[in-house]
Write a protein that binds this ligand. Sequence first.
Ligand code: SD4
Length: 291
Amino acid sequence: MAAAAVGTWAFSLPAVQKLRSLLKNGVGATDSLQEVIADIEDSEETGQYIIGRGGYPNKNGQVQCDAAIMEGFPGRFGAVAALHGIGTPIVVARKVMDKSIHSLLVGEGALAFAREEGFMEEENECMLSQQSAEAYREYLGKKTNYHGHDTLGLIALDIYGNITVGVSTSGAPFKYPGRVGDSPLPGCGLYADCQVGAAAATGEGDKIMCFCPCFHVVLLMKQGLSPNDACESVIKEIINRVGDEDMFELGIIAMNIKGETGAASSVQFTYCSWTQEKDCVEQLIRSPCQQ
Ligand code: SD4
């Protein structure tokens, strides 16, 4: 079977390139995703894209992360939310999927579980980068809200035909402590079905979670729509419901079980895609969907 990978935003390019090499070498979809997402979470540099270490802290100055992973097999899902002090939240989410009787752990409970699984809790200072600490100082000075919404979402299909989707974010910058976005919520920030495909979302999570867009995209692919058409149809339906004026930032990537990829967005959106058939990692741009 031909493998494939797709990721949100231009900064997912190195992750999709690495997925290409892992998947071509026969590494499974879930292991590959965990590895590339953890690399990005743990890097201070990519924190500016609202992910993991170096991500923007909450309004109390603490970095709290959300991460989730979902395999296509029914019930294979694990997530953590509002987790602090851990550089690779996706790895904890994977442990929740594999080892816990629960699916989603939050806050102190998620941290306690991580400790039990052997993760070392780090001081908050280690989770901040120079850039995010500076941004926080500015926020404290001006109390202005930052309006960036990046988030890493990745989908991988391995040569054995398994599909997995993973999402990771430090959430809305300077958020209320304990705020959880769309990313760790199944159907909202991500969804996968081994007979159909998978989807991942990025953008304004407080709004996104009201529409379950990833479940909807997978449902439309099940009804025969291509990944591109399914994403576009979901975005347009939401625009129709809320109106142009009130539409919020929402980008969706999707892949069907044949390894075809697609995306759509309410804003200009870059995503990265690779299919084993073409064997070329591409950065593709989607213009904002119109009603
Ligand atoms: C969230 N969708 O938590 C994620 C990430 C984001 O501003 O875009 N944050 O809402």
